[in-house]
Design a protein. Structure first.
Length: 154
């Protein structure tokens, strides 16, 4: 979980999802986690840098994905473009979940498309507001996982 450049918490550390039981355990952990911070700035560049540091102790895997969720544009610290220049994010796909309510959603989606998402098949999922976040996050995760499962079946 990321909320401003000084407020991070690991909700679900690296783990192998080798079967249904692993998937259910991971999804339960995510589903029961509540947002802990609400009044901090949006530091997307710092979030990308922080996420990049986790790859140094990640297990070997076929795909690396960072999920960025936010209700506004970067307004603290360096911009996402600088994170892409200075951190080892080559080969990493960055997807986003744009959360409306406090900002105009179409503009936020455009910003995430232009400045935040990267990599093959990268996409922006939308949530109308925080009340719609759970539905939107579920769709985003299903889309990310389904792409991998379908790709493996081909």
């Amino acid at each position: 979980e990321w909320s401003g450049r000084y407020n991070q918490a690991t909700v679900l550390d690296w783990r192998l999802i080798a079967g249904r039981a692993d998937l259910l355990a991971a999804s339960e952990r995510i589903a029961t986690t509540r947002r802990s911070e609400t009044e901090h700035p949006t530091a997307i560049g710092y979030a990308l840098g922080h996420a990049a540091s986790f790859f140094s102790h990640a297990p070997v895997c076929d795909r690396r994905t960072i999920d960025i969720s936010g209700d506004g544009e970067n307004n603290e610290g360096f911009a996402p473009v600088l994170a892409y220049r200075h951190f080892p994010l080559g080969g990493v796909t960055v997807n986003a979940l744009a959360i409306g309510g406090s900002v105009q959603l179409d503009g936020l989606v455009d910003y995430f498309r232009a400045e935040v998402i990267r990599g093959p098949g990268a996409f922006v999922q939308t949530a109308l507001d925080y009340g719609d976040f759970e539905r939107a996050m579920r769709l985003k995760l299903e889309r990310e996982i389904a792409a991998r499962i379908l790709g493996a079946a081909e």
